[in-house]
Design a protein around this ligand. Structure first.
Ligand code: EPZ
Length: 422
């Protein structure tokens, strides 16, 4: 298990290229199952989550090869049963359910484990697929979906108690592309990654309108064909580096971003006193650390609101921002594992009932800290950049799940970090 040593105090300068989106890549790789023709997907980040998804497709019988950021997949002969051991290790693999059901009329997928950010139910996924005519059974830790008469279009509402579901919307949208008739998904997720998947499916011959709104309409077709596609930039990686630049940078520039996807993140960083300027094309931005900093109140919300996946990183910034900040996560109220570790570094944070109250301190100091989940780990790396001393971040595999070569990118910007094989 690798660990990362971060020697605090360096100033970040220069520019960094943001990778393709992990959360767009995962459902798009799964969508390759919907056709027996060649699919080429570009700018897939080399992270363990996307490598898991490639392994799952291989295990299903697809021919998949990966050369750096490009994945070529041909799912000619595939099984309807996803490998239990692989699926249970990565929750997002649940998004093979919709494509398998649509392509094979049957899908066997392990129930996803919960994870540290909270219980991760799939009731809305199943409700949506049942509306299309699927029968659902549970056996031996697996979900068994069958559609003996094929899938039929339907009108359905995917709203849950915590709002829309991103992968639930993806699963139903993918299954509906090959259903007979028209499907209307109300209360759909509107994340950019959902739009990217819809664009990918339409390029395969699907007929989807309304992606990016709460109402998506899918007109079923008989078959989908091969496609070449480049995934969108990773807005969460971009947000993470924007926070790094605000914390420890002097005019750091991020390239290969998408201004449209970063509105809520940019607003939060500017509200706390820093400045963000985009170029004309909106595909690069420069962050300048502010001089008059102040605490902010943040409430996470489904897109286009402030993303829960950027909650931990903003907490790390606000831990040394003068004033009081109140951060509420309405999507994953338990997603505060990073706070205990930040407190080990001297942060003044009280967590109660899905809300963190942060009182900014002058500086944090190094401590051995434990990564717990992907975004909490990123928050610890950010906090360590300006902490006094050398912070040791253990269980680096959490970060490697979703950040492509984060240590190399930070080194390029002038951070003093080193990955140590343990
Ligand atoms: C996606 O997960 C992202 N993952 C998550 O990013 C992100 O945090 C989440 O959306 C919310 O934006 C990928 O895209 C691979 P949800 P997803 O279904 O789709 C509840 C990261 O850090 N819910 O939108 O699994 C659920 O409990 C990861 O990159 C139900 O109640 O999340 C949560 O409270 C972490 N029933 C809310 O909905 C269901 O059937 C939103 O979850 C499904 C979800």
């Amino acid at each position: 298990m690798d660990k990362l040593l971060v020697h605090g105090g360096s100033t970040l300068r220069g520019s960094v290229n943001i990778s393709g989106s992990k959360n767009a890549s995962l459902p798009i790789i799964a969508a390759a199952l919907l056709t027996d023709e060649d699919v080429i997907i570009r700018r897939v980040p080399d992270v363990s989550d996307t490598n898991y998804m490639v392994q799952i497709l291989n295990a299903l019988g697809a021919e998949v090869e990966r050369s750096s950021g490009t994945i070529r997949a041909t799912c000619a002969e595939i099984s309807d049963t996803a490998p239990y051991e692989l699926v249970r290790r990565m929750r997002a693999s649940i998004c093979v359910m919709g494509p398998l059901l649509a392509r094979k009329g049957r899908a066997v997928v392990s129930l996803p484990g919960g994870c540290i950010i909270g219980d991760r139910p799939v009731d809305l996924h199943l409700k949506g697929l049942q509306a299309l005519g699927a029968q659902v059974e549970f056996e031996g830790g697996n979900i068994i979906l069958t559609a003996p008469k094929g899938l039929k279009g339907a009108e359905l509402d995917l709203r849950g108690t915590s709002g829309p579901t991103v992968l639930g919307t993806d699963n139903v949208m993918m299954a509906a592309t090959l259903a007979e008739g028209t499907t209307v998904i109300e209360s759909a997720a509107a994340e950019p990654e959902v739009i990217d998947l819809a664009n990918f499916l339409n390029a395969m011959g699907a007929k989807i309108t309304g992606a990016g709104t709460r109402r998506i309409v899918i007109e079923g077709v008989a078959k989908l064909h091969g496609v070449e596609h480049t995934v969108i930039p990773d807005r969460i990686e971009a947000g993470t580096f924007m926070v790094a630049a605000a914390l420890a940078g002097e005019g750091v520039t991020l390239r290969r971003v998408c201004r449209e996807h970063l509105k809520a993140i940019t607003a939060a960083i500017e509200a706390s006193g820093h400045s963000v300027s985009f170029n004309e094309a909106g595909d690069a931005c420069t962050v300048h650390r502010g001089t008059d900093l102040k605490g902010v109140d943040l409430v996470t919300a489904p897109y286009p609101g402030y993303p829960t996946d950027m909650q931990a990183q903003m907490t790390a910034l606000l831990a040394t921002t003068p004033g009081i900040s109140v951060i509420k996560d309405t999507i994953f109220p338990q997603r505060f594992m990073h706070c205990a570790e930040l407190k080990r570094m001297g942060a003044d944070i009280k967590v109660d009932n899905g809300t963190a109250i942060v009182r900014g301190t002058e500086k944090l100091s190094a401590a051995p800290v434990m990564a717990s989940d992907l975004r909490a780990s990123a928050a610890l790396v950010l906090a360590a950049l300006t902490a006094t001393g050398t912070t040791e971040i253990n269980r680096l595999y959490h970060i490697d799940r979703g950040y492509e070569h984060i240590d190399e990118k930070l080194l390029l910007l002038g951070a003093n970090v080193e990955r140590v094989r343990v």
